[in-house]
Structures are given as C-alpha cells and as structure tokens.
Ligand binder design. Sequence first.
Ligand code: DMJ
Length: 649
Amino acid sequence: MVFRKLPGVSASGMGLRLSQKFVFLLFLSGLVTLCFGALFFLPDSVRLKRIFLSKTESQPVTVGSENDVREHLKKGAKDPEHLRGITSAKGETSTKLKALSRKPSVTNEAKTDKKNAGGETLEDVMPSRSKTESASKDEKVTSSSNQGANTDTSFDYNKFKKCLLKPPLGIEHGKPSDPQTLQRREKVKEMMKFAWDNYKSFAWGKNELRPLTRNGHIGNMFGGLRGASIVDSLDTLYIMGLMDEYNDAKEWVETSLDLNSNGEASLFEVNIRYVGGLLSAYYLTGEEMFKRKVMVLGEKLLPAFNTPTGIPRGVINLGSSGTSWSWGWASAGSSILAEFGTLHLEFVHLSELSNNGIYTEKVMNIRKLLNKIEKPHGLYPNFLSPVSGNWVQHHVSIGGLGDSFYEYLIKSYLMSDKTDEEAKKMYYSALEAIEANLVQKSPGGLTYMAEWRGGILDHKMGHLACFSGGMVVIGADDGAPEKRQHYLDLAAEITHTCHESYSRSATKLGPEAFRFDGGAEATATRLSDRYYILRPEVIESYMYMWRLTHDPKYREWGWEAVEALEQHCRVEAGFSGIRDVYAQTVSHDNMQQSFFLSETLKYLYLLFSDDDLLPLEDWVFNTEAHPLPVVRKSCLRGEGGTHDKTTSK
Ligand code: DMJ
C-alpha cells in the first residue's frame, strides 16, 4: 500500500520527533487505562458500564436506567405498573416482555424465531434418548457445582400421606352427585383435553401454544426453561383423571425438561410455575423424579438472594454465574413486592423436602424485613430497594405488583397448620389497612379495591385484584371472631363486583382493568384495558366462595364463564385471549397462556366438583393454582397418621 504525502505534513508522523512520539503514546495509553478503570466505579445502572462489562461478573447488577423505562414507554405502556400488569408481573408471556428485561435473551428468541419461520431447533430434532441422557447429565453437573444446598433428601412420602386429614382426591375424585353439575364438570374436562391436545400437536415442548398460527411460543420469561404448559398442567391433568395425558407430561419432564439452562429468568415466574408445578406433582403422585427435578431447580434460584438486604432481585441468570438484576422498568433498581413476596409457600416446601433450612431462611428474612419496616398507613408499597431495604415509591395495589404478597401471608398461615402467628398478624393488619385506605363503594353500590398513590386514590381495579374475593373468604374464619361475618360479606361483595365486570361486557368476559370514575361502574374506559388473556382470578374467587358458602350462584357464574370462553376464546386449535371484551366480533391474541391450563380450568373443575377433591383442610393453592400440602410438623416428625387410609387415593 502506498501512503501519499499530504501537503504540509511530514511523512514521519506529522513532523514529531521520536521522543515526542513516545511521550504522546505514553499519555494516550494512560488515558485509555484511566477511562476503562473508571467504568468499575460507575453506578451499576449506567448504560456504558453495562455495555462494557459482561453480566457474568459475580456481583449483582442493577438496571433501571431512564433509557430502559423510556424504551418500554415508547412500546406503548402508559406507566410501568400498567406495563407490568399486561406483561411480566402476572405471568404473561407476551413478546412485549422482551422490552422488560435488561436485554433480550438472544438464545431463546433466536430459537423461537427460527421455529416460527418453519425451521427446526436442535431441541426439536434431538432424539428423546439423547435428550434423557443430556437432561440427567445436566442435573448432575448443576447439583455438584452449586452451593450444596440440597444435602439430605430423605423425605418420607408415606408418612406425609398419613399426615393428611383426608385423601387428596376424595372418595370418588370429587364426582358431584347432581347430574347437571357433573355434566358441567365433564365439559371443563373436555376443554382441558382440547387445550392440551392442541398444545401437544403444535407446540410440544415449547412454553405456550399459539393457537391461530398453530405453533409454539418460548418467550424469555423462564430463562431458557421449556415446557411451561407441561409443568403447569401436570396436576390439572392428574386431578381430572386424564391419565394418558398426565403420563405424557410426566415422561416429558423426566426425559426433556432440561434444567441446565443459562438464560435470564423471572424468579417469580419460575418459582410459581415450575417450582410450584413440580412440587404439587410430587406431593400428589409421590414420583421421586419430580422431587429430584424441583430440588435442582430450587438450588439454582438461591443466588438471587445475594443482595445487601437478602431481598432478591427480579431477574436471575439460571446458569452457574447466578447473576441477578432488577427489571429495567422497576423504579431505581427496585424489587417488586408481588415478586419477592410470592416465594414463601414454595420455599418452605423446598426446605421440607430437602431437610435443609436454607430456603425457609431466605424467605423468613424477607418476612422479617417487611415486618420491621415502617409502612405508610400500614400499607405495603409495591417497590422496595434490595440494597437499602427502603420503599422506593408509595404506590400500593392489591392488583398487579402487590397482589400475591397478601395472598401468601394468609396462605403461609394456613399452610403452617395455623402455627405461623407472624404471617397471621401481618395478614390481618394489612387487610385492616387495605380496608381503611383502599376499599371503596361506587355510587352504584359496588365494592371495589382502589389503588393508592401516595395518599391519592386511583379508582381502578385490575382483573388481577379479583383474586382478593377468594383471599378474604379463606381468611374469614381465623380473623377476630366479631369480624368473621364482615369478612364473608366483604369477600362476597368483591366477587360480585368482579362478576359485574364480566356481565357488563358484550362477551361476558372481564377486561384487564375496570374503573369507577367518570361515570364508569366496573367497566374499562381505556382501550388498552379491554383485553382478556384467559386469566383465572375471577373464577378463582368463585371457586373459593363456592367452597366456603355453597351459594349456588357461584356455580352459575362459573358456568357463564365457561360459555363465554367457549364462544369467544375457543378457536380451531386451542384457546386464545381476546383483545376487546366489549367487541361483538372478537379479535384473538393468538396465545394460550399456561395459566389457563394450570389455573382457569383447574378452578372451574374444582368449582363443579365435591369439596373432597383437594380438601382445603389439607391443601393450599399457590398463586398459580398448584396445590401444596399443609405442613403438619408434629405429625411429620412423630409417628404420623390421621386419616382413614382405606379411602385414600
Ligand atoms: C398467574 O400467573 C398467577 O396467578 C399470578 O399470581 C398472577 N396472575 C397470573 C394469571 O393471571
């Protein structure tokens, strides 16, 4: 190559002498070293740092830069809470989630796109024998390379069964004697089989079915874990007696659920769906394989708690780095109440099964902090810093961002065989604060739970908040005796309001959020709140209200929902969410959420079953409707044995 001489510039390095060149180079290299070194001292949220430093570093990384939030807002969300409501917080697997994480999970998305374009992924073409080998090899590697949390797995399943008060599946699988109810239950079972068969035909091994395009969806919420619909369906199939389907699901978990993933997962979602699903499959069936799997997975979640306060961050890398960080959209790198507050039930069971207290310690530490911290008007705001342990802003909601934290307080108490007095106290004080500050009556006489923003009420109730009818009714008996009737009434009123949000729509399905201002009464006023994504919360409350009151209207309301689902959400190859519950002609969102199989259909089936199918004296449902048994410590540690085994299933 020939260098042409520029006019006025010497060919020997712009006319500099050798010594000058040396000093200049020295200065330049010093400058570079200084700049790079300075990166380490920048706050974690600075974008530059995230670009240059890989997330495989062992220190926790926080994100939450304004840029990230702006990105999400650009994508159509009005505010982070709204965004959460429609995507990550409550388990949605919308591709919008891509915008939520620190950066898209390249591995998953690349594979999904390929598949959607008609290409096969490696997983698709791997013969199942080699999958088996690879799955079990991966588990061994993971186990030995982790923190050694699972040392003793000598859980006595037979003893556990003896400590149940009643057989889990009742005398006859909860078969109702009334022919109409039985017929309705059969219909729900058929819906489950239809949803499952289509998932199996078109999306087997993927996380969800896309029923219109007849393919699978993977998304990036589960950090590379697959088969969310399979793990979420295990217990539903089992209690419905769909045994061929259950056996297929079990075999897939055994041979193909690869836990050695290295992706970025939502701690909350992996916990409620995978940990919850595997735990309940184990407790219901006694299959040791489920226990082995869940222990490996549980151990992978522990690094999320390595923060200055022990409050876990929302996103965790499931690989060996165990790096965790906060959602990009969460205020100032904060953790979300509904996420870190929805681990308790599953983690207590991980400790039970492993005989290792570490899981319980982790969640008790969260509990301790929340119990101690000062609460505005006794309320728990939705965002907390995992670094300082302080609230980050004062937004309180019983819907998205807050919801299942409250649910887990009362359920922790119930699951502890009513021994966890701290959980009980926290639950009833929280409920008192909620009643004093959030519970409202509309001009038309509907009771609802508003949201609270630093003392200002937002008169909106999310579909997600409709679980609270069920929550209040299961806690009615254990509150102060003089409040029992009041809690029953409150639960009935909330459930009634949620039913109204369904019956006031053209489709008889409820919107994502409904309002009580500007003349609205339990209807959505914003276009962006009109969708329904097969959510369970309203039906969940019908189920609990039925169990605890036996008022036949709850079964009628459940049947209305079945008819609406059949009419508007059933498509040729599965069930799909809809974009506008007020439209006469619906438009489908092409997603069969895994919680439809795990929760919506399970709660409907239970609603039309006798109460002895998964009796509430023995079972507590996690927030994804996976039944977990009440822990009867004295029985488990002693001789055990409470129910008549001749009727046991
Ligand atoms: C589910 O994943 C769980 O119920 C979660 O707690 C919130 N909601 C979704 C379904 O709506």
